[in-house]
Unconditional design. Structure first.
Lengths: 257, 253
């Protein structure tokens, strides 16, 4: 999608996007390339088919410190320094705490919590000329979604660490979180397909959004581009919800009952 | 202070504006039971026998001055002020007339300002606790309650400001932000007739705790905030909503 407004705003910048293979991460990678940045993306799988040729791809699992260190050496070799880190990699496990196993905890917290910590610790030292960190939080880190216990908690961790990084490493480094609402990814599609009446479920969900539509990965990419750009130079330490108004409205929607 | 274990508010003087309304009456009765001398300040008399009634229009400055003067001349102290007077207008901003807008702000915001402004001079003699009424609607919006949502947001900000200014004088200021409390105001919100029963049931099921609050639930928190047990609590917005705002909206999948 051509975007005149953002073209060139990240020219000369280097960026790392974790979980960059699909969904929101891939949309951010594509938008950053259009905005002029050089990007390194990583994910747990091989380079996805048809991935933008401008992007460097590294197979890496952010829950493993040795992989994160490999990511750091790759960035050092390619660019010698780093301007932007997007901690986007995340996993979701649909369980209450009673159903959650120790292994579930290791898997989810390994990526959603340890991964954000590890990438930030290893890559901040490469931000020689200052830098920007953007963490992927969630509206579920502010209020709970049922049956997503440690996912919700991991996103609250992300919001908390975002503030700490902003406080400890400002003014050189700005750090913000984005809290997406319902973004139409494969994950959301699957939820509707599984509904008893998929069309009704979709209408119900839509009517809870003052914006009248669901989000797309490119909506999140737009905000991630703005936050990474110099236009956002006073924005730090915040968690910005981007959810089409979902969390501004009461959960009681009488028109739907 | 003559506080004792059975009547922790013994010897305390309390004023509850809107003290004859759904939540106000429950607050007055609770404070009486805990040993306070309680005045219900309202437009119409409808009180428990042990609650004293004072006619008061919170939108009128002289009315607030007279109210505090009455308490001063009878007791020379005021320990607890509960700003519970409030109304709701079920309209979008386009439907809301300027008169309606001014009226809801006059009661919900100016009323809180006036009663507090004139009470503080008397309260600082002994220290005290002011309890304002915000709402969960001051954080997230219900449809067609635009002016109401705005007044409650104003009360939240005013609560913090008053707590900052008067904390050093040993006056604590907090707001209670109720969710859905079973009152005449709530019944009006759900409307009369046909579908209201179904809406009532459906809305209840959205609450994690699966029930509406009662005026007594709110009175429990008012009592705690008014008591010495809450001596370190000030400047806070206390959401009391059965978990309603703790969850993300649930789609019907």
């Amino acid at each position: 999608m051509p975007d005149c407004q953002s073209s060139g705003v990240l020219a000369g910048k280097s960026a790392v996007i974790t979980g960059g293979g699909r969904g929101i991460g891939r949309a951010i990678a594509e938008q950053y390339i259009r905005a002029g940045a050089s990007v390194v993306c990583c994910g747990r799988s091989n380079r996805p088919d048809g991935y933008p040729v401008e992007a460097h791809w590294l197979r890496a699992d952010v829950s493993r410190m040795e992989d994160v260190q490999r990511l750091r050496s790759t960035v050092e070799q390619l660019f010698g320094r780093l301007s932007i880190l997007v901690n986007n990699a995340g996993v979701q496990i649909e369980k209450t705490i009673l159903e959650t196993t120790d292994q579930d905890w290791q898997t989810l917290m390994g990526v959603n919590a340890f991964g954000v910590f590890a990438c930030s610790r290893e890559l901040i030292p490469l931000m020689h000329d200052g830098g920007v960190i953007i963490n992927m939080g969630s509206i579920s880190g502010k209020a709970a979604d049922p049956g997503l216990a440690i996912y919700n908690a991991s996103k609250a961790f992300v919001h908390g660490l975002t503030r700490s990084i902003a406080v400890d490493h400002g003014p050189g480094i700005r750090c913000n979180a984005i809290a997406p609402g319902w973004i139409m990814t494969e994950m959301a599609d699957a939820a509707f397909s599984a509904a008893k009446d998929p069309e009704r479920a979709r209408q119900d969900a839509l009517s809870r959004h003052p914006a009248g539509r669901f989000g797309s990965p490119s909506d999140i990419a737009e905000l991630a581009t703005w936050l990474a750009s110099d236009a956002a130079s006073f924005a730090t330490g915040q968690c910005y919800a981007l959810d089409g108004g979902l969390t501004a409205t009461s959960p009681l929607n009488l028109d739907l009952e | 202070m003559n506080a004792n274990r059975d009547h922790p508010l013994h010897g305390r003087i309390a004023v509850v504006t809107g003290g004859c309304g759904g939540i106000g009456r429950a607050i007055c009765e609770r404070l009486v039971r805990e040993g306070a001398r309680v005045y219900a300040a309202d437009l119409v008399r409808q009180t428990h026998p042990e609650v004293k009634y004072l006619e008061c229009d919170v939108t009128c400055e002289q009315s607030s001055i007279d109210l505090v003067q009455h308490i001063k001349s009878h007791h020379d102290r005021l320990d607890i002020l509960v700003n519970a007077a409030g109304i709701e207008i079920e309209k979008t901003i386009e439907e809301t007339t300027l008169d309606e807008w001014n009226r809801i702000f006059a009661i919900n915001v100016t009323g809180t300002f006036l009663a507090s402004k004139h009470a503080i001079a008397l309260m600082r003699k002994t220290g005290g606790s002011i309890i304002n009424f915000g709402s969960y609607d001051g954080f997230i919006a219900d449809p067609k309650l635009a002016a109401y949502c705005a007044t409650k947001g104003a009360v939240h900000a005013l609560t913090r400001a008053m707590a900052c200014d008067h904390g050093p004088e040993n006056i604590r200021v907090n707001a209670i932000c109720p969710g859905f409390i079973d009152t005449p105001m709530l019944k009006s919100f759900f409307g009369e007739g046909g579908d209201s029963e179904r809406s009532w049931e459906a809305a209840r099921e959205v609450h994690p705790i699966r029930c509406y609050g009662t005026p007594e639930d709110v009175a429990n928190l008012v009592f705690w905030l008014a008591s010495d047990e809450a001596g370190y609590a000030t400047g806070q917005l206390w959401i009391l909503d059965g978990g309603l705002t703790a969850q993300v909206q649930q789609m019907r999948l």
